[in-house]
Design a protein around this ligand. Structure first.
Ligand SMILES: CC(C)(COP(=O)(O)OP(=O)(O)OC[C@H]1O[C@@H](n2cnc3c(N)ncnc32)[C@H](O)[C@@H]1OP(=O)(O)O)[C@@H](O)C(=O)NCCC(=O)NCCS
Length: 165
């Protein structure tokens, strides 16, 4: 799935410390979450998915669609598939104001837990320019397996990353 981050994050400036920790829950996405997910999407990607694609993932197109919820507000989401022992992270995004507070980590850990025992490998594609996301995935033992030259419509390369189970 094609994903290029807008690179609008200022998250590098936020150091991880106990005061940065926030309380939130991870749960399955519901249709009423989509408005807020679309807002996160618009602030996270220059080529945001539209409502019909999210609805597709919610109803039939994905094996899992998780959200992070803080006091009734959606602050992140992750969509994944599981086909023939191959898990794929289709998309993940966290609200810019909540990045570097462990939201992406919890979403990814919940996904890996759900895929555990069902897949041999989990993979994803990320823009070669999306250093934040590449660092995030590396932190969770994803490693580069290929470069897909000129993969995106704007000519950017994609990196294929994977993690064995
Ligand atoms: C990638 C993304 C989902 C990470 O979410 P997050 O909630 O900020 O990540 P976390 O706070 O859980 O980070 C967990 C660890 O990943 C690494 N990490 C996360 N963001 C990082 C960054 N910008 N730079 C370096 N390392 C980073 C760190 O090791 C971090 O642990 P630490 O904060 O204790 O150092 C978020 O930056 C985002 O939404 N980006 C825009 C959308 C996007 O690019 N999605 C991926 C498309 S393939």
């Amino acid at each position: 799935m094609e994903r290029i981050s807008s690179g609008a994050s200022t998250s590098r400036e936020i150091s991880t410390s106990p005061e940065n920790e926030i309380n939130f829950t991870i749960r399955k996405c519901r249709v009423e979450d989509l408005d807020q997910i679309l807002e996160i999407e618009k602030t996270s990607f220059p080529n945001p998915y539209d409502r019909s694609l999210f609805t597709h993932f919610l109803t039939e197109g994905a094996s899992g669609f998780l959200v992070a919820e803080k006091e009734g507000m959606i602050i992140g989401y992750l969509i994944f598939t599981n086909q023939r022992k191959l898990g794929t992270i289709v998309s993940i995004a966290v609200s810019p104001e909540y990045r570097r507070r462990g939201v992406g980590r919890r979403l990814l850990e919940a996904t890996l837990n759900q895929l555990s025992g069902k897949v041999n490998i989990v993979e994803l594609q990320v823009s070669a320019k999306n250093e934040d996301a590449i660092e995030f995935y590396r932190k969770f033992s994803f490693r580069q397996t290929a470069i897909l030259r000129m993969y995106y419509p704007n000519g950017e390369d994609a990196i294929l990353m994977s993690r064995k189970f």
